[in-house]
Design a protein around this ligand. Structure first.
Ligand code: PGA
Length: 258
């Protein structure tokens, strides 16, 4: 049984004091919910104070990006080791980074490897654009994004995948649960064909793109979907809490039934 995971991607939102307030608002409720990995990914500068704040809490911390070099003259970048001291997870290859910061498949691959090397758990984002989707190229694009020489190591090391169709991110136009389940099913089959069924059954695959408290149930009720990467809705404590709570209830019920 894969443990469900809900991760909040705060993107470039919240000052340090706002981030602290948000965590203080979420923490009591989140700590009462079991059977779900609860991850928040604030901006880099809030990681250290939040790490202190959540001592003794079940909330886990993640970063939104990293650089692949160990250290040195890379002005403005943050290394894997710097993060490993502060958090457990790191989002890699988000479509906003691929798009606005020209991150190629090769760069994303180096980042995943660098994260794994220091024991960080990467949440690797993949997904197709609207044009690619409409041209029927979704599976081709996903296969390309998943083809890395080091992918075998990825899966053995507990990589988490997030399927985020670009047309659904921040648009209010989420995929349907059925669509997302089918595509995530395809991703799992692809992994099975390359690396074996055992690995494919272990890897957690999240859905991301306009997830809210109102539509989370639709996704979580699907057997292939192990959780969500939540952007906008993770910035409201009550909404994020509701997303995590529904996930715990629904996956708990599904596992009892199976
Ligand atoms: P959204 O963002 O929930 O605001 O659509 C999701 C993401 O980019 O991870």
């Amino acid at each position: 049984m894969r443990i469900p995971l809900i991760s909040g991607n705060w993107k470039m939102n919240t000052t340090v004091s706002e981030a602290i307030d948000l965590v203080n608002e979420m923490r009591p409720g989140l700590d009462q919910i079991d059977n779900v990995d609860k991850v928040i990914c604030p901006p880099f500068i809030s990681l250290a104070p939040i790490k202190e704040l959540i001592k003794g809490s079940t909330i886990k911390l993640g970063a939104q990006n990293l650089y692949f070099e160990e250290k040195g003259a890379y002005t403005g970048e943050i290394s894997p080791l710097m993060l490993a001291e502060l958090c457990k997870f790191v989002i890699v290859g988000h479509s906003e980074r691929r798009h606005y910061f020209n991150e190629t498949i090769e760069v994303v691959d180096k980042k995943v490897q660098a994260a794994l090397k220091v024991g960080l758990k990467p949440i690797l984002c993949i997904g197709e654009s609207l044009e690619e989707n409409e041209a029927g190229k979704t599976e081709e694009i996903l296969t390309r994004q998943l083809s890395s020489p080091s992918a075998r190591i990825y899966y053995f090391s507990g990589l988490i995948l997030a399927y985020e169709p670009i047309w659904a991110i921040g648009t209010g136009r989420a995929a349907t649960g059925k669509q997302a389940n089918e595509t995530i099913g395809f991703i799992r089959q692809h992994i099975a064909s390359q690396y074996g069924k055992g690995i494919a059954q272990q890897v957690r695959i999240l859905y991301g793109g306009s997830v809210t408290a109102d539509n989370i149930a639709e996704f979580i009720n699907q057997p292939e979907i192990d959780g969500a990467l939540v952007g906008g809705a993770s910035l409201k404590a009550s909404e994020f809490l509701s997303i995590v709570r529904q996930t715990s209830e629904i996956k708990g019920r599904l596992s009892e039934e199976s």
